[in-house]
Design a protein. Sequence first.
Length: 138
Amino acid sequence: MISVKNNLHVVRASALYDLIVTAGFMTPWTVVLVFEGFATLSSALGLERPVPALDATGMLLANLLGSVVVVWSLWRLMHASRRVGLYDALARGLFAVWQVYAVAHGASFLLLGFTVFEVAFGIAQVWPCRSELARDGR
């Protein structure tokens, strides 16, 4: 079990993971490379659902997502706390739900690799705080 003391390490580790994974989504030039990499991986794995090319709106949304998540990641690296970890766990839960929804509606199964990390980091950030939250009546 992860102790409350180690919880801050988990919050920072999740922030670093997000920074690395989403930095490529920040610009139109890098997101093209990311999607080409996903398409190559999808093909190599023989997945039936190909990774689609992004139109201008999809590109904008990918860039916005990348920008917001990178800023949020930097914030968590600089200001890690249990409270920040709980908010991040909430965001991860939402991301996981929408990723599963997207796959259920035709998105590439590659998304589920990200979903595993969303769920794992979400649980790891909440687990040590659950008894404290129960004690405080939250």
